[in-house]
Design a protein around this ligand. Structure first.
Ligand code: ADP
Length: 488
């Protein structure tokens, strides 16, 4: 097993532009920290706006040849990347634990999930199909074909450092688009190491470029304003997404936006409570609660709410907290002190407004940014925790009386990413598919993400879908052609 120091020594620390590893023109650097200890893991290049422009130049230069590359060849590069990722799975898992904090077992799970996008879109590359047929009038032939949209700017968040990158990079490359990737400054190492892997998989120079920067806005804005850029794909918070959409409007830039969530987890009185509790633990505590798909509000029928809360509390008090590299740990640190402050403020506000604290509720002293896994019941309407994304290990429970009340409460948010519903009543489950305002739903399951499925939200949770057969179309233009009737 590779040591932490050996692994960190292998991770590139420069920018990846035009197939070369280069220093930043700013001369500045970014320190990447271990959130479990606060110690510096690595010091990497801090890109300037000029570096961003050079990266876009490289993507633009490589675009025509990459679009002309046979789909099979593009797909096989992705397949090789998938295979290399399996060989390096332990390294990627450890690297994500070091820079992001999640337990190693979960980081391994992310390598599997993130890798599936390489395999899936490697397969989709050869299935970009159009159609050909007569027009209704019978006077001509209609052709519909799909072409790569062009150079794409991919901005990723820190919570899933590998999967959020592969979920964008794989469909872009499969579709024939070159790209500039900007990972989150808190967790850039995984993307840098992944760029090295794509080099090893034979990706031509300039097709993928990576810029790491502490000045996201200053570096991103000129790239977004450049008319040669044809696509922006962003995963992150809704306020930043809104600001990027406004910038994208100036050049009518195509966008995909995966923004915040406020997932309801609805438990009906007829639910299998054992299964609901198992799923709740996953939906809440996977990734330390730092997921846009994390269950944010538990909405439980009043007749089973006490029993549900008690079982969850028993499970939560048994969770082991610590650095993600330690055996048996399931709750690592939050990403930084700001994340701890946010969780603490939401919990304190809920308690002040009348919620009951069943366990947790405090920060953990010492190095690293830890917050206790927490259970709140009887959370009162108007509490911030029911509207804001917690992004931490906090269960917040409210009750409902009947199906209409459950649906009204579940939909009482500007977000609409995912919902979770537990019921044994098939017709009720089917009604909720239609009445819950979310882009995804887990019906008697607590995790829905899959490379083969369209991931995305409605309302302020975003625009577009990633994954599935839909995912590649985010990087394709539809072109329609009419020709005269060849028999006329
Ligand atoms: P989170 O709350 O997950 O940190 P953010 O929306 O702040 O979400 O960040 C997601 C990604 O967006 C990160 O890569 C971050 O560096 C980047 N980012 C933040 N602000 C801007 C901005 N104004 N322009 C471009 N990228 C940004």
């Amino acid at each position: 097993m590779i040591t932490e120091a050996e692994l960190l020594a292998k991770v590139p620390t420069q920018l990846f532009i035009g197939g070369e590893w280069v220093d930043s023109t700013s001369g500045r650097s970014i320190e990447v920290h271990d959130p479990a200890t606060g110690l510096v893991l690595a010091t990497i290049a801090d890109a300037s706006p000029e570096d961003g422009a050079t990266a876009l130049d490289a993507a633009v230069t490589a675009q025509a040849e990459w679009a002309a590359t046979a789909p099979r060849v593009r797909g096989e590069i992705l397949r090789r990347a998938f295979d290399l990722l399996q060989e390096r799975a332990d390294e990627f898992a450890l690297l994500m634990t070091l820079e992001m904090g999640k337990p190693v077992a979960e980081a391994r799970g992310e390598v599997t999930y993130g890798g599936e996008f390489l395999r899936w879109f490697g397969e989709e590359a050869v299935r970009i199909q159009g159609r050909y047929g007569r027009n209704p009038e019978g006077t001509g032939r209609m052709i519909v074909t799909h072409l790569p949209v062009g150079p794409s700017f991919l901005i990723t968040p820190w919570n899933f450092p590998l999967a959020m990158a592969t979920r964008k990079i794989a469909p872009a490359l499969a579709a024939g688009c070159t790209c500039v990737v900007k990972p989150a400054e808190l967790t850039p190492l995984t993307t840098l190491y992944f760029a090295r892997l794509l080099e090893d998989a034979g990706l031509p120079k300039g097709v993928l470029n990576v810029i790491t920067t502490s000045t996201s806005k200053e570096v991103s804005s000129p790239i977004i304003a450049d008319p040669r850029l044809r696509k922006l794909s962003f995963t992150g918070s809704t306020p930043v997404g809104v600001s990027l959409l406004k910038q994208a409007a100036d050049t009518v830039l195509r966008t995909s936006m995966e923004l915040g969530g406020n997932a309801p987890f609805v438990v009906f009185e007829d639910a299998d409570l054992d299964k609901a509790v198992d799923a709740a633990m996953l939906a809440k505590f996977r990734n330390i609660g730092e997921a846009c798909t994390a269950a944010n509000r538990f909405i439980v029928h009043e007749s089973v709410a006490d029993s549900f809360a008690q079982r969850i509390t028993e499970r939560v008090t048994a969770l082991k907290i610590g650095r993600g590299t330690e055996e048996g740990v399931s709750i690592g640190p939050l990403i930084n002190a700001g994340a701890v402050d946010k969780a603490a403020a939401l919990v304190d506000d809920a308690i002040e407004r009348g919620a009951s604290l069943l366990t947790g509720g405090s920060r953990i002293d010492g190095p690293g940014s830890f917050y206790q896994p927490t259970v709140l019941t009887n959370v009162q309407a108007g509490s911030s925790i029911l509207q804001d994304e917690i992004f931490g290990p906090v269960v917040s429970i409210i009750t409902f009386t009947d199906e209409l009340d459950a649906v009204t409460k579940a939909n009482d948010t500007e977000y609409g990413l995912v919902s979770y519903v537990f019921t044994r009543d098939l017709a009720r489950g089917q009604r909720l598919i239609e009445s819950l305002q979310t882009g995804m739903m887990g019906l008697n399951v607590g995790v829905v993400s899959n490379a083969a499925a369209p991931f995305g939200g409605v309302k302020q949770s975003g625009l577009g879908r990633e994954g599935g057969s839909e995912g590649i179309h985010e990087y394709l233009e539809t072109k329609y052609v009419l020709t005269p009737d060849p028999f006329a």
